[in-house]
Design a protein around this ligand. Structure first.
Ligand SMILES: [Mg+2]
Length: 224
C-alpha cells in the first residue's frame, strides 16, 4: 500500500484504541443507545472541515481566504504541498506560495520527522517550519500561531488529512481547510488508503465532505 508508513499505522492505532476505549467505557455506563449515538455525532463535529476545497492547495486563492477573514496560513507538507514520494517543490507550488506570501504569514507544520525532507522543502519555499508536530496534537500549531500573533479563527490550517490536520486545527478553533492530496505527476492517480479510510469513518460519523467553496459550519461563523 503506497504512502502507508509504520509511523502512520502506529499513530492510527493509538488514536483508534483511545477512542475505542472511551466509547466502550461510555457504553458500559450509559444504557441509552440514542444518547451514545448523539454523543458520538457531537464528537464527530471536531472532524468537520470549515471548507472542503475539492482541489489541491493550488486551488486555494487569496479571494477565498479573504472571504473567510483569514490572515495567516499553517500548511501541512506531505501530500498537501509535495507528494510523499517527491522531494522537489514544483514551479506551480513556488508560484502559489510567492503569490500569497505578500499578504499573509505562512508556516509549515509537519508530522514528518525528517529534517532533510521538510527542511529542504521549507528552504526552497523560504518559509518557516516545524517538524514532528504529532498532529492532532496542538502544541506545534500553537507555536506557529504564537509566532504569527493572530487569533486562531484568523488562521487557516490547511491539509489533506482529517484525523491529523483538520482535527488539530479544529481543536484550537482555527479555520480548517481540507484539500485534495497533491498528485505525483509520474505515478498519476496513486492510492491514499489512510486518507480514504479517514473519509469513510468520518462520513459514517456524519461529517459532510462534499467539495464546497463556502462555509460548512454556519453555527460557528458568528463566533469567528
Ligand atoms: Mg499530509
Amino acid at each position: 500500500m503506497k504512502g502507508l508508513t509504520g509511523q502512520d499505522f502506529q499513530r492510527l492505532s493509538v488514536i483508534y484504541t483511545k477512542e475505542g476505549n472511551r466509547f466502550l467505557s461510555k457504553l458500559s455506563s450509559i444504557d441509552s443507545l440514542p444518547v451514545i449515538f448523539e454523543k458520538l455525532m457531537t464528537r464527530a463535529k471536531i472532524l468537520q472541515p470549515d471548507l472542503i476545497l475539492g482541489d489541491t492547495i493550488l486551488g486555494l486563492t487569496l479571494e477565498i481566504l479573504s472571504q473567510h477573514q483569514i490572515k495567516g496560513l499553517i500548511l501541512d507538507v506531505d501530500d498537501t504541498l509535495v507528494p510523499l514520494q517527491e522531494t522537489t517543490v514544483s514551479d506551480d507550488l513556488q508560484r502559489w506560495v510567492d503569490s500569497l506570501r505578500l499578504y499573509l504569514p505562512i508556516w509549515l507544520v509537519s508530522n514528518n520527522l525528517s529534517e532533510n525532507r521538510i527542511g529542504a522543502i521549507a528552504d526552497n519555499l523560504q518559509l518557516p517550519y516545524l517538524l514532528g508536530a504529532v498532529k492532532p496534537s496542538r502544541r506545534k500549531l500553537r507555536q506557529a500561531m504564537t509566532a504569527m500573533v493572530l487569533p486562531p479563527q484568523q488562521i487557516a490550517m490547511v491539509g489533506d488529512r482529517l484525523f491529523t490536520d483538520v482535527l488539530a486545527g479544529n481543536r484550537l478553533g482555527m479555520f480548517t481547510i481540507l484539500v485534495k492530496p497533491m498528485v505525483n505527476p509520474l505515478t498519476g492517480g496513486q492510492a491514499y488508503p489512510i486518507h480514504d479510510f479517514e473519509v469513510w469513518v468520518s462520513q459514517i460519523l456524519g461529517v459532510s465532505l462534499h467539495p464546497q467553496h463556502y462555509l460548512i459550519k454556519p453555527d460557528q461563523s458568528s463566533q469567528k
